[in-house]
Structure formats: C-alpha cells, structure tokens
Design a protein around this ligand. Structure first.
Ligand SMILES: [Zn+2]
Length: 89
C-alpha cells in the first residue's frame, strides 16, 4: 500500500514525521514541552501535532501545574517573577 504523502496547507511542502516543541503560557509561568512527536513541513518548518499527542501533552502540563505549587515551595529562589520550565517528552 503506497504511503499517502501529506502536504503542508501553508506552502504545499512535504510534511514528514519529526519532533517539535509546544509552549504553554500560563498566568505566571511558561512551560516548554520539547521533543513532541509531530509532523513537520520540510519546506517551511510548520509543525502539526495530532489530536492524540496534543491530549497527552495537555494532560502532562496539567499535572505539572498541579504539582507546581508544592514544587515552588521547595525552590524559593524561583518563587518570584516569571518562571520558565522546559520539559522533554
Ligand atoms: Zn510548509
């Protein structure tokens, strides 16, 4: 069975499987999720994350934000100002 080639809706470039990162901007924290499985356009670099993967990442981010308050208590030096967290999946 021939593999159906996916084309980028932006530039009609060929979309290939790869990795991307998703950034979540919450009220006072920024969470970068790296190494997310995605389809990436080989021409313009636009990435497309499937609904299932996005759901998994959302769940992960929710869990992190729930744990965050207790985590921050143990890390007083990051308890002020804008926080950034990078995680890899
Ligand atoms: Zn493209």
């Amino acid at each position: 069975m021939p593999k159906k080639e996916r084309l980028c809706p932006e530039c009609r470039g060929i979309v290939k499987s790869g990795k991307t990162e998703l950034v979540y901007e919450l009220s006072d924290i920024k969470i970068t999720v790296k190494n997310v499985t995605a389809n990436v356009c080989s021409k313009c670099g636009q990435s497309f994350v499937s609904g299932r993967v996005a759901e998994d990442v959302n769940r992960l981010v929710n869990r992190i934000t729930e744990d965050l308050n207790s985590f921050i208590k143990t890390q007083p030096h990051i308890g002020e100002g804008h926080k950034e967290i990078a995680i890899a999946v």
